[in-house]
Write a protein that binds this ligand. Structure first.
Ligand code: L34
Length: 300
């Protein structure tokens, strides 16, 4: 079977169009413009590129957006001060601190400092807790994007055997949690989470109806590890080299060429999960703006 390619870029574009329209309406009817600040510490090339894309998208959608660039050696105290400033800024509804942070900064302290009502990443423990018990909250962007991809791909999730590889706080843990919930239209799956302590990874990958791979290593899942007809969501974006023109060469955590021969559907890298992550950040920022304006919203 040759897999259907799940076009994350196109799906992201479709959702962005809706966000753009809603943003215009919010401005016209209520005089509210969604505001997003993205905070980047240092110059990690991947982070620079992701934050740039977030800023560009926010601009395209008609948001008010601010970019803060801090040097690699900025103190934790300086960063906390900046977060406090935006916690109080009425024009800003969403605060994003791009991860990873340099080692001398305590990531936990930073994420805890963001006002949960501006936590458009969904990383604050208040939002993580709400997510786990199924209350309205900011859903983390990558897992939320994966739910939308599965929905748009017409994938039957209820009752499916879902196998997640990776247990990070950003992807593995939250996506596993969301998929086991009785959520509609995507949820109610039987979920297995595999990680570095898993004894027999292939035993699990071979039983997956839906396989979500968020490991951060190139091509760890190959065609011989999956069953015929599986739906594969590849979360990895690995930089495996540069072209003569200096552009990064990207590949996923999945060996696309061998897996696509057996899968019924698969996300490509680039152009799969990545664009959805950015789109769901915009969605969260729009909802945050409605929340602050006292309007009906999806996060409270
Ligand atoms: N705070 N830190 C915070 N929030 C996040 O949601 C993230 N993440 C992850 C890293 N750190 C974060 C992102 O934004 C990963 N991530 C992310 C965002 C966008 C893309 C990939 C990862 C993306 O757009 N990927 C493109 C290719 C981009 C390129 O050319 O480099 C794609 O098509 O997959």
């Amino acid at each position: 079977m040759a897999a259907k390619i799940i076009d994350g870029k196109a799906i992201a574009q479709e959702i962005r169009q809706k966000i753009k329209e809603e943003t215009a309406e919010l401005k016209e009817k209520h005089g509210v413009v969604p505001g997003l600040v993205t905070i980047l510490v240092g110059e990690n090339p991947a982070s620079v590129s992701y934050v740039k894309a977030k800023q560009r998208t926010a601009g395209d959608l008609g948001f008010y957006s601010v970019q803060e660039n801090l040097p690699e050696d900025v103190s934790e105290e300086e960063l906390l001060k900046l977060i406090d400033k935006y916690n109080k800024d009425e024009k800003i509804h969403g605060i994003l601190v791009q991860l990873p942070l340099p080692k001398h900064i305590d990531e936990r302290k930073i994420l805890y400092a963001i006002d949960p009502r501006k936590d458009v990443d969904g990383f604050h423990p208040v939002n993580v807790g709400k997510m786990v018990i199924g209350e309205p909250c900011f859903l983390p962007c990558t897992p939320h994007g994966i739910l939308v991809l599965l929905e748009k791909a017409g994938c039957e999730v209820s009752g499916a055997e879902v196998v997640v590889i990776g247990r990070s706080n950003i992807v593995g843990k939250p996506v596993a949690n969301l998929l086991l919930q009785k959520r509609k239209p995507v949820g109610n799956a039987t979920v297995t989470v595999c990680h570095t302590g898993t004894r027999d990874l292939v035993f699990h990958t071979k039983r997956a109806d839906i396989l979500i791979v968020a490991v951060g290593k190139p091509k760890v899942v190959t065609g011989d590890m999956v069953k015929e007809g599986v739906v594969v969501i590849d979360v990895g974006v690995n930089r495996i080299g540069t072209t003569p023109e200096g552009k990064a060469i990207l590949c996923g955590d999945v060996d696309f060429d061998s897996v696509k021969e057996k899968a019924s559907a698969i996300t490509p890298v680039p152009g799969g999960v990545g664009p959805m992550t950015i789109t769901m950040l915009m969605k969260n920022t729009l909802e945050a703006a409605k929340l602050w304006a006292g309007l009906p919203n999806e996060v409270s």
